[in-house]
Design a protein around this ligand. Structure first.
Ligand SMILES: Cc1cc2nc3c(=O)[nH]c(=O)nc-3n(C[C@H](O)[C@H](O)[C@H](O)COP(=O)(O)OP(=O)(O)OC[C@H]3O[C@@H](n4cnc5c(N)ncnc54)[C@H](O)[C@@H]3O)c2cc1C
Length: 597
């Protein structure tokens, strides 16, 4: 079996049963995207990710990117695969057709991204960063910037980077010190050091376009005084081709736990005369510009948790079918050792992986579809509702999925036993690769604060109330179906736990945010757990209807079994999470920093 085979059946089911793709494709914005075109895109993305990108995952881990004579070299095969990636149009799937993009819904782009991320997370980071640059320039760039940079970034001929982090400015972006001074000719000279810059330099393209946050002279302190600049590695000539080298260089690459193939650079801007940079958007509006692309970037990183968990699941399943150890506890395997998939505990681990992967996929699909509707639905009120839903769900998609990415890749190691802990099988690589996703693009702790500090209380809590109402309605619906009814009670209890937790947290944050924020991560976990359950039950309901109509099969039976497992084994965690989110915060507050021994 190939290392990675895209789970097209589940992806297609999520796209229709969760994201309502046919309705989405009915919007005028997507009139060019016929259903058969989408089908062909998914089939080809599956082939390309499995045949071209996935085989480079191991060599990428073992070789890593290196710096040689000041130039960054990606692992063997990466540059050629990237060339094929661009030639196939994969870089531009969701971007506007005006700039050479495919103009497809984000819902489809995210499904394609899931495949690329599963195939090779380190490779897939490069287009992910370019995506941020495209969005920033498309939303805030001048006409000239759009003309010069967008076609090349959309096609992937050039790649983009996002430069926020500095040694003293990580989560606290407002502490950054990189300076931008006017050069007297309408541009700026950038000086400063950025760290941890993904694909900050590499040998896959002729140019790299850095988007850099910096302070202009006299700018207010903190996030209000940050501006966004476009700083090309090579300054484009009049004909658009790369010209002289700019004053920016990669000082070193980080040695990391995982994603070894992705060059994580320390970049020095302005060792000499200052790197030439061009303002994007207004002066001091850099953070606002970053917010434009934050939802997509966070959804894409949440997706990495799903991607890497899927890759690990496929490996775990293959191993569990093949590896024989011990007899079944009920003697049903006879004298011969049974494949370990026959042992209930291994089955438990596989089901934990499968059910939570499908729940994550459903959540990300649902959120991506809401994002598309928030931009393109004909009705303004629907657009606003969808925007609020996206804002609410983004921190959950990012943090819940990336935490699960770590947990489920760890379960893959466990299913492999000792063979998971040694490097030969590659199981350890997935766990190492997964570990970054809860850290970058706003740590998961910061996501939890965003959820409880801003998102729950938006418009008087309207978004969370609407979601709870929808979930309660589903609970009543499934009572009538014998196959689904066993999920009713655990689901109803989980929804009430989320309702209580959200209410408690909103009030507590208004009263004593420091104390209440101690329960933020538990509340976010509760949120993800319940919303994931809701979407799986909805999928089970859709599967049951197809079975009743005579068009369902084994896949649909498995959908019901998977949702029932989730309802029986995972949803009951909601009660404990509610306690941790609420009373747990008191215990944290009772432990002063000096008392840790
Ligand atoms: C491999 C890799 C790739 C990266 N790629 C990029 C990139 O391309 N561009 C870029 O700009 N950056 C990038 N980063 C940087 C990344 O975004 C930061 O590491 C991340 O934002 C966290 O900042 P920090 O490392 O300084 O941790 P810190 O901010 O020091 O956080 C340390 C811990 O404290 C917690 N914490 C911090 N502040 C608070 C608070 N106010 N409330 C509660 N908890 C808090 C955090 O959650 C975390 O657990 C990358 C990092 C890595 C490792």
């Amino acid at each position: 079996m190939a290392d990675y085979v895209a789970p097209l059946a589940d992806m297609r089911f999520a796209l229709t049963a969760t994201a309502d793709l046919p309705a989405l494709l009915g919007l005028p914005a997507f009139k060019h995207a016929e259903a058969d075109v989408i089908d062909a895109v998914l089939d080809e993305a599956a082939r390309f990710s499995g045949e071209v990108i996935a085989p480079l995952n191991r060599v990428g881990d073992q070789t890593g990117s290196r710096i040689e004579n000041g130039e960054v070299r990606t692992p063997p095969g990466f540059a050629d695969a990237y060339r094929q990636f661009c030639a196939g149009g994969w870089n531009g799937v969701p971007f506007a057709t005006d700039h050479g993009g495919g103009g497809l819904p984000w819902t489809i782009a995210m499904t394609v991204q899931e495949m690329m991320g599963s195939a090779n997370m380190a490779f897939s980071l490069c287009p992910l960063l370019t995506q941020g640059a495209v969005e920033a320039i498309a939303a805030h760039g001048t006409a000239e910037q759009k003309k010069v940079y967008l076609p090349k970034l959309v096609s992937g001929e050039w790649t983009g980077t996002m430069n926020l982090t500095e040694p003293r400015a990580g989560s606290e972006v407002g502490a950054l010190r990189t300076r931008a001074d006017p050069d007297g000719a309408g541009a700026w000279r950038i000086k400063g050091t950025k760290i941890f810059i993904t694909y900050g330099d590499h040998d896959m393209t002729a140019n790299v376009i850095h988007l850099v946050l910096a302070r202009t002279p006299g700018a207010p302190a903190g996030t209000k005084g940050i501006s966004l600049f476009l700083v090309p590695k090579f300054l484009p000539k009049a004909d658009g081709t790369p010209g002289p080298r700019n004053d920016v260089r990669c000082l070193s690459l980080e040695h990391k736990l995982g994603i070894h193939a992705s060059p994580t650079c320390v970049l020095s801007f302005g060792d000499n005369e200052g790197a030439l940079g061009y303002l994007v958007g207004e002066e001091n509006a850099g953070m606002r510009c970053m917010f434009t692309m934050m939802n997509n970037a966070r959804l894409s990183v949440g997706l990495q948790g799903l991607s890497i968990a899927e890759r690990a699941y496929q490996q775990a399943l293959a191993f569990a079918r093949e590896r024989r150890q011990g007899q079944r506890i009920d003697g049903k395997s006879g004298d011969r050792s049974a494949p370990i998939i026959e042992h209930a505990d291994v089955r438990r681990m596989l089901m934990l992986m499968k059910s939570q992967i499908e729940a994550m996929r459903a959540l990300i699909c649902h959120t991506a579809a809401a994002m598309d509707l928030s931009h393109h639905h004909a009705d303004a009120a629907t657009r606003a509702l969808k925007r609020a839903e996206v804002d609410l769900l983004i921190p959950v998609c990012k943090a819940w999925s990336t935490d699960l990415g770590c947990e489920l890749t760890s379960l893959n190691v466990q299913i492999h036993g000792g063979m998971g802990y040694v490097e030969e099988t590659g199981a350890a690589q997935h766990l190492r690769d997964a570990r970054i996703a809860p850290i970058y693009e706003g740590t998961n702790g910061i996501q939890a604060l965003d959820l409880v500090g801003r998102k729950l209380s938006m418009n008087g809590g309207a978004a969370v109330k609407a979601l709870l109402g929808t979930m309660r309605a589903l609970g009543q619906d499934i009572a009538k179906d014998k196959r689904l009814e066993p999920m009713r009670e655990p689901f109803a209890q989980a929804v009430e736990a989320l309702s209580k937790g959200s209410e408690w947290m909103t009030a507590a944050m208004a009263q004593d945010p420091h104390r209440a924020s101690g329960g933020a991560s538990a509340l976010l976990r509760l949120f993800g757990t319940v919303v994931g359950g809701w979407l799986l039950i909805r999928q089970a309901q859709a599967a049951a209807s197809l079975i009743d109509a005579g068009t369902g099969g084994e896949f649909h039976q498995a959908k019901i079994a998977t949702a029932r497992f989730y309802a029986a084994q995972i949803l009951p965690q909601a009660g404990g999470l509610l306690t941790a989110a609420t009373s747990g915060a008191d215990e944290l507050a009772a432990m002063p920093a000096g008392a840790f021994a």
